[in-house]
Ligand binder design. Structure first.
Ligand SMILES: NC(=O)c1ccc[n+]([C@@H]2O[C@H](COP(=O)([O-])OP(=O)(O)OC[C@H]3O[C@@H](n4cnc5c(N)ncnc54)[C@H](O)[C@@H]3O)[C@@H](O)[C@H]2O)c1
Length: 356
């Protein structure tokens, strides 16, 4: 196999973002991944909305567009699917794709319930296909530098309190289609926290509730304390209803108040804005600890697209298939993140410490 013939399910915003890697030029993709770009072909496009399904037909020279994802699952000339639909379809489409022997690249969150996580983990093992979650923070330059510089932090502080109150009318805030803002956006920061912690969570205690929305089941505020199995500790604060501008000018340069700060024996580092940027500080006397860039210069020095790492996701998936390598984020990582968030909700509802 020397090509990855791709089917895309859900032809909206994130499909466009991922497919742009094929159009925007190899300079946006890291040197080791560039070679895989010509190996990716877009063959079929599916969306429940026929007009959406047709959107990228010409741009990517695809063979067909359809409103029925079954056409892709049953197409013997499709090797892999990119799933960029609403959250309630992530698990059913994942399971169906794996049943049909297709490799899967899926947007976050992988699943909405623990049962769905278990089913996907079992199917991944049974099918032997590559199953990768598009957890973008793992590809972002700032987060990668923080991980390299402080690989085993003893304290990890994650913040995903977005600016503004999510409108109740958007699909991601719907309890069935999306699960709310914390599952939808907080999962970026939870994955970055678990990636940078390099440890499994052992227990979590969370307080929170519904403060900005009308639906009683969609928790919109979580403040959680975490103990990791290696003895380190962490905190996760997630939700909406914050004001992004509070953190905009100093010390965070960007509009998105998503960050993970890690601390280890006098050294601190912070991965900011989906990990696209980073800062490093040491209070160890006379320590020479050189940060890769001056304060918050990632986007400026590397270019926004390269700093984000987003264009690396699709070629990284293709590489894992063609070289038969483990993807950067597997179903194990997807399940860990969904479980963590659901157990924060459980703790907030019951007042109990939840163990993993
Ligand atoms: N990584 C990021 O930074 C980021 C940003 C935004 C969204 N996302 C994720 O990407 C995914 C898609 O979000 P989006 O912003 O592209 O949404 P979107 O609404 O722009 O696109 C989703 C598309 O899926 C289609 N769709 C819905 N249900 C379907 C079904 N049953 N079968 C086939 N098609 C269906 C919709 O018609 C729509 O065109 C979500 O998982 C979301 O959480 C990730």
């Amino acid at each position: 196999m020397d090509k990855v013939r791709l089917g895309v399910i859900g032809c909206g915003h994130m499909a466009e973002v991922h497919l742009a890697a094929l159009l925007d030029g190899p300079e946006n993709v890291s040197e080791e991944l560039r070679q895989w770009l010509p190996q990716i072909e877009v063959r079929g496009l599916a969306d429940v909305n026929a007009e959406k399904a047709e959107t990228y037909l010409q741009t990517y020279n695809a063979e067909y567009a359809t409103t029925d994802p079954e056409d892709l699952f049953n197409d013997p000339d499709i090797d892999a699917v990119l799933i960029t639909t609403w959250h309630d379809t992530h698990a059913p489409y994942s399971l169906r794709a794996m049943e049909c022997g297709k490799h899967v690249l899926i947007e976050k969150p992988m699943a909405m319930t623990e049962e769905e996580c278990d089913d996907i983990l079992a199917a991944e093992e049974r099918s032997g296909v590559k199953y990768m979650i598009a957890f973008r923070c793992r590809f972002a330059k700032g987060a990668q530098d923080v991980k390299r510089e402080i690989p085993k932090p003893d304290n990890i502080i994650a913040h995903a309190r977005t600016g503004g109150i999510w409108p109740e009318t958007i699909w991601a805030q719907d309890p069935i289609k999306g699960g709310g803002q914390i599952l939808s956006q907080g999962c970026h920061v939870v994955d970055m926290m678990l990636y940078l912690a390099d440890a499994e969570p052992e227990s979590v205690y969370a307080t929170g509730g519904v403060f900005h929305h009308s639906h009683p089941d969609v928790i919109d505020t979580i403040n959680a304390a975490i103990r990791f199995k290696n003895g380190s500790v962490g905190a996760f604060m997630g939700g909406d209803g914050g004001v992004g501008g509070l953190l905009m000018h100093h010390p965070l340069p960007n509009k998105c108040p998503f960050f993970v700060m890690v601390i280890d024996k006098g050294r601190s580092a912070i991965a900011i804005d989906h990990g696209e940027d980073a800062r490093f500080e040491s209070c160890v006397p006379e320590e020479e600890w050189k940060a890769p860039y001056d304060s918050c210069e990632y986007g400026e020095k590397l270019g926004k697209s390269v700093a984000s790492g987003l264009p690396n996701i699709l070629p990284s998936f293709a590489m894992s298939i063609l070289k038969d390598e483990k993807p950067i984020a597997t179903a194990v990582d997807g399940a860990r993140t969904t479980r963590f968030i659901l157990r924060c909700f459980e703790s907030a509802r019951t007042g109990e410490v939840i163990t993993f």
